[in-house]
Write a protein that binds this ligand. Structure first.
Ligand code: HEC
Ligand code: HEC
Ligand code: HEC
Ligand code: HEC
Ligand code: HEC
Length: 244
C-alpha cells in the first residue's frame, strides 16, 4: 500500500474517468467516421426549414404530389418552387420562413436543396420499377412523414440492395395511401392484356390539394387493402443489372 486509502480511491476514479473519456473518443470517432462513409443519418441543414412531418405527416400531402413521376423515371425529383407556391402564394405568404421560397419563384432560381441520398456513379438505381411493384417509399427511406428534417435511414450499400432482392418479404412495406403510389389507377390492371405491356400507370396528380386531404378515384376497397405487392418478384442479383 503506497498511497493512503483516499488517494488510492482518487487514483482509481481518475483511471475510470480516463478510460471513459478514451471510450467516448473512440466511439464518437468511430461512428463519426463510419457515418461519413455510410452517410446513414446524414442530415444537412437546408436553405428553407421545410418539414415533412408537417406537410406529409400532418397535412397528409402525399409524397407523389411533390415527388412527381417516381413511377416513371429513375429519379424522384425534389419539387420545384412552383409546387410550393400552389399553396404558399396564399398560405403563410408573409412568413420569413417562406421568403426564400417566394424569391426563388419570382426570380426563377431554384432553391438549392442539399442532396441527401447519393449512390456512386457506377451503381444504378431506378425508382420506377420499385414503385410499380408497389414498394412503399418507407421500405427504403423510413417514415419520412415523421421527420422534421429528412435524414438517410438506410445505408445504401450493395448488401442492402441485395438483402431485399433476396428476401423482399422481409423488407418491403406495401404501398400506403400517404405515399400516393397508384392512388389513381389500379396497379393490378396496369398491364395491357392484349399486348402484355405495361400501360403507363400514371398516379393521379392531386390537383388543387385540400389541406389535410387528398383526392383519389380509386375504389375504397383497394385503398384500404392496398395489398402486399403480389407482383413484386425478387430483385435481380446479376452484376449487370446494377452496374452497367
Ligand atoms: C410538400 C412537398 C413534399 C411532400 C408532400 C413530400 N416531400 Fe419529400 N422533399 C420535399 C423537398 C422540398 C425536399 C428537399 C428538402 C429536404 O430534404 O427536406 C424533399 C426531400 C426528400 C427526400 C430526400 C432527398 C435527397 O436529397 O436525397 C426524400 C427521401 C423524400 N423527400 C421523401 C419523401 C416521402 C417518402 C414523402 C411522403 C411521405 C415526401 N417526401 C413528401 C418536398 C416534399
Ligand atoms: C427500393 C428502394 C427505394 C424506394 C421504394 C424509394 N426510394 Fe427514393 N431513393 C432510393 C435510392 C437508392 C436513392 C438514391 C438514388 C441515387 O443516388 O441515384 C433514392 C433517392 C431519392 C430521392 C433523391 C432524389 C433522387 O431521385 O435521387 C428522393 C426525393 C426520393 N428517393 C424519394 C422517394 C419517394 C417519394 C419514394 C416513394 C414514392 C421513394 N423514394 C421510394 C431508394 C428508394
Ligand atoms: C398543399 C399545400 C402546401 C404545399 C404544396 C406546400 N406547403 Fe408549406 N405549408 C402548408 C401549410 C398549410 C403550412 C402550415 C401553415 C401554418 O403553420 O399555419 C405550411 C408551412 C410551411 C413552412 C413553415 C412556415 C412558417 O412560417 O411556420 C415552410 C417553411 C413551408 N411550408 C415550406 C414549403 C415548401 C418549401 C414547399 C414546397 C416544397 C411547401 N411548403 C409546399 C401548405 C403547403
Ligand atoms: C425494399 C426492397 C428493395 C430494396 C431495398 C432494393 N430493391 Fe431493387 N427491387 C426490389 C424488388 C422486389 C424488385 C423486383 C420488382 C418487380 O418484380 O417488378 C427489384 C428490382 C430491381 C431492379 C430490376 C428492375 C430495374 O429497375 O431494372 C434493379 C436494377 C434494382 N432492383 C436495383 C436496386 C438497387 C441498385 C438497390 C439498392 C440501391 C435496390 N434495388 C434496392 C426490391 C428492392
Ligand atoms: C441490386 C444491385 C446490385 C447488384 C446486383 C450488384 N451490385 Fe455491386 N454495388 C451496388 C451498389 C448500390 C454499390 C455501391 C455501394 C456503396 O457505395 O457502398 C455497389 C458497389 C460495388 C463495388 C464497389 C465496392 C463496394 O462493395 O462498395 C463492387 C466492386 C461491386 N459492387 C461489384 C459487384 C459485382 C461483381 C456484382 C455481381 C456479382 C455486383 N456488384 C452486383 C449494387 C449492386
Amino acid at each position: 500500500m503506497y498511497f493512503s486509502k483516499k488517494l488510492e480511491n482518487q487514483i482509481k476514479l481518475g483511471g475510470l474517468l480516463v478510460a471513459a473519456a478514451v471510450g467516448c473518443l473512440f466511439l464518437t470517432g468511430y461512428f463519426g467516421f463510419n457515418n461519413r462513409v455510410a452517410d446513414k443519418g446524414y442530415r444537412p441543414e437546408q436553405p428553407v426549414p421545410f418539414s415533412h412531418k408537417l406537410h406529409a405527416g400532418e397535412l397528409e400531402i402525399s409524397c407523389m404530389y411533390c415527388h412527381t413521376g417516381v413511377e416513371q423515371s429513375s429519379h424522384s425529383p425534389v419539387p420545384s418552387t412552383s409546387t410550393c407556391m400552389n399553396c404558399h402564394s396564399v398560405v403563410k405568404s408573409d412568413s420569413p420562413k417562406i421568403k426564400l421560397v417566394k424569391e426563388s419563384y419570382e426570380n426563377n432560381t431554384p432553391i438549392e436543396w442539399k442532396r441527401i441520398h447519393y449512390l456512386p456513379g457506377y451503381a444504378h438505381f431506378n425508382h420506377s420499377r420499385h414503385i410499380r411493384a408497389m414498394i412503399d417509399c418507407a421500405s427504403c427511406h423510413g417514415q419520412v412523414e415523421t421527420m422534421g428534417v429528412v435524414h438517410q435511414e438506410n445505408r445504401l450499400s450493395m448488401g442492402w440492395c441485395l438483402d431485399c432482392h433476396r428476401n423482399p418479404e422481409q423488407y418491403i412495406v406495401p404501398a400506403r395511401p400517404i405515399s400516393g403510389i397508384f392512388t389513381g389507377v389500379d396497379p393490378m390492371n396496369a398491364v395491357n392484356k392484349e399486348t402484355g405491356k405495361y400501360k403507363l400507370a400514371v398516379s393521379k396528380p392531386i390537383t388543387s390539394p385540400q389541406f389535410g386531404q387528398y383526392e383519389t378515384e380509386i375504389p375504397k376497397t383497394i385503398v384500404e387493402g392496398i395489398p402486399t405487392p403480389k407482383h413484386a418478384g425478387f430483385g435481380p442479383e446479376n452484376c449487370s443489372a446494377c452496374h452497367h
